[in-house]
Design a protein around this ligand. Sequence first.
Ligand code: 13P
Ligand code: SF4
Length: 338
Amino acid sequence: MKATAITRRGGYDAAEHARRYERVARLMPRAEWDVHFELVAAVEALKRERNAVVLGHNYQRPEIFHGVADFVGDSLELARRAAESTADVIVMCGVRFMAETAKLLSPDKIVLLPDLEAGCSLADSITPEDVRALRRQHPGVPVVCYVNTSAAVKSECDACCTSSNAQLVVESFGAPEVIFVPDEYLAKFVAANTKVRIIPWRGHCEVHERFTGEEVREYRRSAQAYVLAHPECPEDVQEAADYVGSTSGMIAALARERPERAVLITECSMADNVAGAFPETDFLRPCNLCPHMQRITLAGVRTSLERLAPAIEIPGDIAVGARRAVQRMLDVGRPRGA
Ligand code: 13P
Ligand code: SF4
């Protein structure tokens, strides 16, 4: 479709389409952006009709992140947005644990996840029975779970956390030791920054565990790139990086450092999404895509808003415990510097 063919008025129109193109101009040719016009316009119309808000994780496809998301961010920011939302419908453009967290915080709203198969290898790495077994092995020790867990696992834990606030949540118990599940590398990242003894689990993210320290050292050696890594990466990757933090922490670090050349050691849609905000930075792009995040498409968002399905439901007994764990995280407060 040519840009000149776009004439829709009243709602999402050609002028707005052109305005949003500025956010993605470094990523895709105008002709590719124009292909998304009809779907973006349909989603915008459905959002008004349904009084819906679209939350988009930093790993979403650019046409979702820049095209239809009302709010974007890391897991913690999306959880906060879900808690504050006054919309009737929340569409989670992210993965299942994020949609479940939104539902826990907005039980009276319809929470849509356009593809229920959008899971997470970390969430799949631990069951509620695993948590009960850990409690039997370590009686009286508080259990903190990463937000990348099912609602059923959260309901067995004392608090949940994200990569933005993991240390704060762990230290909030004032306990000498804490069980931290399921991400082994995030657990080690927390352990390196706190006096609390951390008892980890051996879950890994299938995207981040593929990076190696050697790869990171090579980016620094050959390209003199500023390296930002997610704490779901293995320890040698974290050690070799200039900055380690959540997806939004990385954006804040880029804004502070304004490097000439940078590499984000994380899911690769992220560099696409943030490149527009840092025109002076040249992003090197190793590409490890999260297959679960990729399941969310513009067409899927439109269909879910049309049908108001698939909607997230959490059984009442699980919801009570899981909500307590998520609420405790939100009550602990924002991380310093975020
Ligand atoms: P953030 O909370 O840093 O956005 O991370 C979520 C995630 O799933 C990273 O793989
Ligand atoms: Fe889960 Fe890893 Fe995908 Fe994040 S990137 S949603 S941790 S599988």
